[in-house]
Design a binder for this molecule. Structure first.
Ligand code: XMP
Length: 329
């Protein structure tokens, strides 16, 4: 058993590359979690991302209903993501899951807010507030579960990226942390997720920013444009899956807040453009463009312009990082 307290991955720690090694890790962690937690309760913010999902599954295995998962749907999730969290954790794993649909609360707060950093701030602060409100309602919670992984620790040491998971807790939340995957790299977390029986789509989910579709529905978010973005993004993901492109690091749709003129059913049809972005990267600091086959782009364009209300054009973003960031906002 490695010493998890000092946050340094020992050099001789074996890389978890197989299900057997993952099972060994899981057995060790189940024991360690039980020893740390005893008969107390653990609270976990479950976003549905790989890291928090793997931590949830590990904790469920170790302490069952002593884990309380809170999933806040900020209304900015991709299509079917919150539903998948309910299916997998609430139903299949029978977890203690509190589901909060905060869509209206978020969209009301974000109405008319166009500035990206302000949007991020509102989304982040509201999450802390809602999560805090839920924590206050619960009794006897002694621990806070977190999906910190080793790159988070390394990055926070280098202070490369302040906006991610480390240090995101408000001071009033002084609970002791349970961070069972904090010495693991992402690929190892995925193998552990597979060994725990999580669905492939969850384990291999591409990175998704905390503010979600909020930073892809460009400018001031409106419900109709957000809906169009979610549908267009779902089509892009489906076509990437169907055409063997889901190895691409990140691919998504962004929808700007202006319209162009088009024609539908013989009539003038003003609609938003859907902008496709598909990039590869190692560390998200630089990124290159995936050369998506034209046949796939044609199919995506055909489907989005026919199936999504409000979209009448599809554009492709060919900008590497730098000069463009991965997200548009
Ligand atoms: P950029 O746009 O900075 O994105 O090139 C690099 C990576 O970070 C993700 N990203 C975020 N993740 N909160 C997050 O949790 C954020 O506010 C945020 N902004 C960007 C982005 O999706 C990409 O993977």
């Amino acid at each position: 058993m490695y010493d998890y307290k000092n946050n340094v991955r020992p050099e001789d720690m074996e890389r978890i590359t197989t299900i057997e090694l993952a099972n060994k890790f899981i057995d060790e962690q189940v024991e360690a979690i039980r020893a740390q937690v005893g008969d107390k309760k653990v609270l976990l913010a479950l976003s549905g991302g790989v890291d928090s999902s793997v931590v949830a599954a590990l904790l469920i295995k170790a302490i069952g209903k002593q884990l309380v998962c809170v999933h806040v749907n900020h209304g900015l999730m991709r299509k079917d993501e919150s539903e998948a969290v309910i299916r997998v954790f609430g139903e299949a794993m029978d977890a203690n899951l509190i589901y909060i649909d905060a869509t209206d609360r978020y969209l009301d707060l974000l109405a008319g807010v166009a500035e990206p950093e302000r949007k991020r701030k509102i989304i982040g602060e509201e999450f802390i507030k809602i999560f805090g409100e839920e924590a206050d309602k619960l009794e006897d919670i002694a621990f806070l579960g977190q999906g910190t992984i080793y790159p988070d620790i390394l990055e926070s040491k280098d202070s490369v990226k302040a906006h991610h998971n480390v240090g995101g807790l408000p001071a009033w939340m002084t609970m002791e942390l349970v961070e069972p995957v904090k010495l693991l790299f992402k690929d190892e977390v995925r193998v552990v997720g597979e060994a725990l029986g999580l669905p492939h789509s969850m384990v291999y989910r591409q990175p998704f920013p905390g503010p979600g579709l909020g930073v892809r529905c460009l400018g001031a978010i409106t419900r109709d444009r957000l809906h169009a973005l979610r549908e267009a993004d779902a089509i892009l993901r489906e076509e990437f899956d169907n055409n063997g492109l889901n190895h691409v690091w990140q691919y998504f749709v962004a929808v700007p807040d202006f319209k162009s003129v088009g024609v539908r059913d013989g009539k003038r049809y003003e609609g938003w453009p859907a902008i496709i972005r598909a990039v590869n990267t190692v560390d998200a600091m630089t990124a290159t463009i995936e050369e998506v086959p034209y046949a796939v782009l044609h199919r995506v364009t055909e489907r989005i312009t026919h199936e999504v209300e409000g979209i009448n054009r599809v554009c492709l973003d060919l900008t590497p990082k730098p000069i463009g960031t991965i997200e548009w906002e």
